[in-house]
Design a protein around this ligand. Sequence first.
Ligand code: COA
Length: 260
Amino acid sequence: MNYQNILFEIKNNIALITINRPDKLNALNGKTIDELDEAVKSIKNNPDIFVVIITGSGEKAFVAGADISELNKLDVISAKEFSEKGNRVFRAIETLDRPVIAAVNGFALGGGCELALACHIRFASENAKFGQPEVNLGIIPGYGGTQRLGRIINSSRALEMILTGDMVSAEEAYKIGLANKVYPQSELLNKSYEFAEKILSKGQQAIRFALKAVKATDNMSLAEGLNYEASLFALVCGTDDFKEGTAAFLEKRKPDFKHR
Ligand code: COA
């Protein structure tokens, strides 16, 4: 696909998606959501991609939210469609069986914060600011913020952000568990690639099963989750990576995992 609002590149089994509307602080308009949808589908169908990084273009914003010039035109019916579509695309990111890293390089507001929440890992630049400012516009988060934020940080801290619309600095985001790490802006992407490469050095079947098992906590009871974990554990013990990883340890050498 010929993308206009995102950049999509694949290098050494790592996909990089850059939301690319810097003059609008990478605000997510309908076209950008459609392109993100396409990119995520193509990653899902590409077995050679093992890790995904999502970032924003420029040094000011990751994504400053849904495009308010489009929001402003919504009515009740189109608003429901708008929210459902965004939720579907973000859910596809969240349920991808490859790790997705948000490299939050500036403002992550509204839909931008929600995009970061749908990713599995969030690294932030020192100038990053997270927020759910929807109440300032007379609306509520519509791309999953009311559901995911309280699951990632605690629910009263999430409510504080959602009810006030106040932004949270990168340092504060790190303290409350919203950002995994904070880096100088100039190092953010390199550090994200370093992390991705560390994942590439592991058994990729194990990485996928680990993601599936941890993400199952979203919709399973503890008892169901433990059963699911046992099934995935059994399956992963049927892989060549399992044989290689355990043999390498016993033979005191580095494992040579095959990328499949
Ligand atoms: N939707 C549409 N356009 C947006 C946008 C959004 N969410 N966020 C920023 N922009 C546009 C601005 O309208 C401006 O466009 P213009 O140059 O054509 O006028 C451009 O991006 C730069 O933004 P600007 O507001 O001038 O930058 P700033 O540094 O003064 O302020 C923010 C930065 C992030 C504080 C401010 O842009 C902002 O509050 N944005 C909206 C955030 C928001 O409410 N998001 C949730 C939406 S649900």
